[in-house]
Design a protein around this ligand. Structure first.
Ligand SMILES: Cc1ncc(COP(=O)(O)O)c(C=O)c1O
Length: 387
C-alpha cells in the first residue's frame, strides 16, 4: 500500500486556522463568538420566497452553464449603475457557486505550473490555498496598520518577477476591514499595466462600506481588460448558505473560467439563482438596514477595544475589527486560546490570515449588539489580568 493516496500538493496544504479553532468552540458552552465570518441576519423573507417560488414553479433543472440570463443581466445593470463598468451579459459574466468557486476558476484558468501570484496579506484564508491548488506559486505581500493594511506600491513592484502572472486583491478586506482608496488602486493599476498582470479583484463586500466609497477595480481606466471581478450575494444580502456569486471579465478570459465551470459544476444552484435575482432587483433596502446595524456595532466594538488598550485600526468595510493585542504580552495564538478558556470569547488569531496578521486577532461584529457589549466586558476582565 502507498503511504498516502492524497496528491502531494493537496497533502501539503495547511488546514484552515479558523476551522481548528471552531472545532474547539463547538464543544464549549456559553461562548460569545466574535469568530464568525458570515452575517448573523437570516436572508430577507422576500429573497427566500423568490427561491421557494421558483421551486414550486418547477424551476428545478440545470440553468445554462453561465447562469440564468436574467440574473447575468441584473448583475451587469448593477455594475453599470454602481460603478459605471460595462459588461456583456452573454459573454462576460458567469454565475458561480459563490466567490469561492469563482476564485478557484480564476486561478485554475490563469495559471500554468510555477506562475506566480502576488497576494497582499492578511487576507481571506482561501486565497493562499487556491493559488497552490491551481499549481501556482504563492507570493505573499504583508501589509501593515500604518498603511491602512493596503499594499505599498514599491513593495508590490519589488515582489514582481518574470514569472508573475496575477495579483489577487480583496477590498473591503477580510480580516482587516480595510477599504482600498482610489489612489492606492490607481497605483496598483499602473503596475498591472506596466508588467502585464491580470488582477483578480474579490469585491464580495462591496456594499458593506461605512462612510467611504467602494471603488471597483475594473472601473479604473484600462483595467476592464485585465481584471477578473468577483462579487456576489453571500455577505451583502446575508445569503451565505445559498451558494451563489459571479465572475465578470473580458470574454477572452472568462471563456477559460466557463470551461472549467462547465465540466466541474454544470451550473450554480437554480433556486439560489432565482433568490439572487430577487436580491439584485429589489434587495437594496435590506442591505441598507443591515449596513446601518453593522455600522452601529462597528462603532461599539472599535471604540470598546481601543478603550481597553487594544489599538484597533478603523475598519471602513466588511464586518471585522482587527485589534493589535501586543499589549497583552501574548502572541495572537496564545491570546485567542486564553481568551476562549478564561472568558469564553472566541476570536481568530490574525496569523491565520497570513503574514502581517501576527500580533492581531480578528473580531467579527456580525453578531448581536448586546453580545458585543458582553464580549467587551469579558475582554476588559481579561486585559485587567493580563494587560
Ligand atoms: C473575502 C472573501 N471572499 C470570498 C468569500 C467566500 O464567499 P462565498 O460565500 O461567495 O463563496 C469570503 C467568505 O468569508 C470572503 O470573506
Amino acid at each position: 500500500m502507498r503511504e498516502s493516496y492524497i496528491a502531494r500538493h493537496v497533502a501539503g496544504l495547511k488546514p484552515s486556522g479558523i476551522r481548528k479553532f471552531f472545532d474547539i468552540v463547538a464543544t464549549m458552552k456559553d461562548v460569545i463568538s466574535l469568530g464568525i465570518g458570515e452575517p448573523d441576519f437570516v436572508t430577507p423573507d422576500a429573497i427566500v420566497e423568490a427561491g421557494i417560488r421558483s421551486m414550486h414553479q418547477g424551476e428545478t433543472h440545470y440553468t445554462s452553464n453561465a447562469g440564468l440570463i436574467e440574473l447575468r443581466r441584473a448583475v451587469v445593470q448593477y455594475l453599470k449603475a454602481s460603478y459605471g463598468v460595462d459588461y456583456d451579459p452573454l459573454s462576460e459574466v458567469l454565475i458561480t457557486v459563490g466567490v469561492s468557486e469563482a476564485l478557484y476558476l480564476s486561478l485554475s484558468a490563469l495559471l500554468d505550473p510555477g506562475d506566480e501570484v502576488i497576494v497582499p496579506t492578511p487576507c481571506f484564508v482561501a486565497y493562499q490555498a487556491e493559488v497552490i491548488l491551481a499549481g501556482g506559486k504563492l507570493v505573499e505581500l504583508p501589509t501593515y496598520a500604518e498603511d491602512g493594511f493596503l499594499p505599498r506600491p514599491e513593495a508590490l513592484r519589488a515582489a514582481i518577477t518574470p514569472k508573475t502572472k496575477a495579483l489577487l486583491i480583496g477590498y473591503p478586506n477580510n480580516p482587516t476591514g480595510a477599504v482600498a482608496t482610489r489612489q492606492v488602486l490607481e497605483e496598483i493599476a499602473k503596475i498591472a499595466e506596466e508588467f502585464d498582470l491580470v488582477v483578480i479583484s474579490d469585491e464580495l463586500y462591496d456594499q458593506l462600506v461605512y462612510g467611504v466609497p467602494h471603488v471597483c477595480f475594473a472601473g479604473l481606466p484600462g483595467m476592464h481588460q485585465r481584471t477578473i471581478l468577483l462579487g456576489g450575494f453571500s455577505k451583502n444580502y446575508a445569503m451565505t448558505g445559498w451558494r451563489a456569486g459571479f465572475a465578470a471579465a473580458p470574454a477572452s478570459i472568462l471563456v477559460g473560467l466557463a470551461r472549467i465551470h462547465q465540466y466541474t459544476i454544470m451550473s450554480a444552484p437554480t433556486m439560489a439563482q432565482y433568490a439572487a435575482l430577487e436580491a439584485m432587483l429589489n434587495g437594496q433596502k435590506y442591505v441598507a438596514e443591515m449596513r446601518s446595524e453593522y455600522d452601529r456595532r462597528r462603532k461599539l466594538i472599535v471604540g470598546g477595544l481601543n478603550s481597553l488598550g487594544l489599538p484597533t485600526f478603523e475598519p471602513h468595510g466588511a464586518f471585522y475589527a482587527f485589534p493589535n493585542i501586543r499589549a497583552s504580552g501574548m502572541d495572537e495564538e496564545t491570546f485567542a486560546q486564553k481568551l476562549l478558556e478564561e472568558e469564553k470569547v472566541a476570536v481568530v488569531p490574525g496569523s491565520a490570515f497570513g503574514p502581517g496578521g501576527e500580533g492581531y486577532v480578528r473580531c467579527s461584529y456580525a453578531t448581536a449588539y448586546e453580545k458585543i457589549e458582553e464580549a467587551l466586558r469579558r475582554i476588559d476582565h481579561f486585559m485587567r489580568r493580563h494587560g
